[in-house]
Design a binder for this molecule. Structure first.
Ligand code: E4P
Length: 274
C-alpha cells in the first residue's frame, strides 16, 4: 500500500518527505483552510499560488490531489481544468479531487453532477480522485465514470457509527474492522460495519468489475486502521501527519534498542570508525 500524507500544511509535508515515507499528498478545502489560517494568524502574507507550487515541488513527481470547491457540473469541470492547467505543469503530479455527489441534502437535484464531472475530466485526460465515498456503490459509479482513485472515508464512518449510537470516543480510538456490538446488535450503516469494512468492500467491488481504479483509504485515524486498510487491499492510505510517526512506535523496539546500544562490543565498533 502506498502512503500519502493527508495535509496541506507545508511544514508537515516537508517533514514527511524528509522522513522519506511519502508516496503522495491529499489536500481538501478544510485542510487548506487550516494550514492557511495558521499562517495568517502568525501574520504571514500568503500567496496561495506560490504556496501550492512549493507543495507540488516537494512532492517531487508523486501525486498531489487538489480539490474543487464548485458544486455544479459546469463549475467543477471548469475549476478542475483551471487548477490542472495552473498547477500540473509545475511537477506533472496533479490529480483533481471531485466529490462523488455535490448535493447538500437528499432533496437537492444535483446528485449526478460529481459523476458527470469525473467523466468529463477523465475524458479530457485529467486524473481524478473521487472523494467523500461512504458507500461502496458510490465507488463503483465513480470508477465506472473513469476516476483514477476513489477515496472511501474510513475514519468518518467509524465516527458516524459511534456518534449516532451515542458512544463516547476520541477520534484516534481504534474501531474494530469487524464492527462494534452495542446492546446486542452489530452497528452498521448501509451494510457497512466499519471504515475498514467500507474500504474492503470498495476494493472487492472494483476487483469484481475488473476496474483499474485505485482505492485510497482516507480519513485514517490510527496505525492499526492503517494496517487493516493495507490488509484488505487498499492501494493507498492517506494518513494525517501526527499518525505517521505512530507507525514506528513500540515499547519493545525501544527496549531492544537500549539493550543493543548497551551491548556494543568496542572492537566491533572500531571496525567502522575513522
Ligand atoms: C481525504 O482525502 C481527506 O482529505 C481526508 O482523509 C479526510 O479526513 P478527515 O475525516 O480526518 O477529515
Amino acid at each position: 500500500m502506498k502512503i500519502f500524507i493527508d495535509s496541506a500544511d507545508l511544514d508537515e509535508i516537508k517533514q514527511a518527505y524528509v522522513w522519506g515515507v511519502c508516496d503522495g499528498i491529499t489536500t481538501n478545502p478544510s485542510l487548506l483552510k487550516k494550514a492557511v489560517d495558521v499562517r495568517k494568524k502568525k501574520g504571514q502574507k500568503l500567496d496561495i499560488k506560490s504556496y501550492l507550487t512549493e507543495i507540488l515541488k516537494i512532492a517531487k513527481g508523486t501525486p498531489v490531489s487538489l480539490e474543487v470547491t464548485e458544486r455544479t457540473v459546469k463549475g467543477m469541470i471548469e475549476q478542475g481544468k483551471k487548477l490542472y492547467a495552473l498547477f500540473n505543469p509545475i511537477a506533472h503530479n496533479v490529480l483533481i479531487k471531485i466529490p462523488v455527489n455535490p448535493a447538500l441534502n437528499a432533496a437537492d437535484t444535483n446528485h449526478f453532477e460529481g459523476i458527470a464531472a469525473i467523466k468529463a475530466l477523465s475524458n479530457a485526460k485529467i486524473p481524478v480522485n473521487c472523494t467523500l465515498i461512504f458507500i461502496p456503490e458510490q465507488a463503483l459509479l465513480a470508477a465506472k465514470a473513469g476516476a483514477k482513485i476513489v477515496s472511501p472515508f474510513a475514519g468518518r464512518i467509524d465516527d458516524y457509527l459511534r456518534t449516532t449510537n451515542a458512544i463516547k470516543f476520541d477520534k484516534s480510538d481504534y474501531f474494530p474492522a469487524h464492527g462494534w456490538m452495542e446492546k446486542g446488535r452489530l452497528l452498521s450503516d448501509h451494510g457497512v460495519v466499519s471504515g475498514v469494512d467500507l474500504v474492503r468492500q470498495c476494493v472487492q467491488i472494483l476487483k469484481n468489475a475488473n476496474l483499474k481504479t485505485e482505492v485510497l483509504a482516507a480519513s485514517l485515524r490510527n496505525p492499526r486502521q492503517v494496517r487493516e486498510a493495507a490488509l484488505v487491499g487498499a492501494h493507498i492510505g492517506t494518513i494525517p501527519f501526527t499518525v505517521i510517526p505512530d507507525l514506528l512506535k513500540h515499547s519493545k523496539t525501544y527496549e531492544g534498542m537500549a539493550t543493543f546500544t548497551n551491548d556494543v562490543v568496542k572492537e566491533y565498533l572500531e571496525l567502522t570508525k575513522g
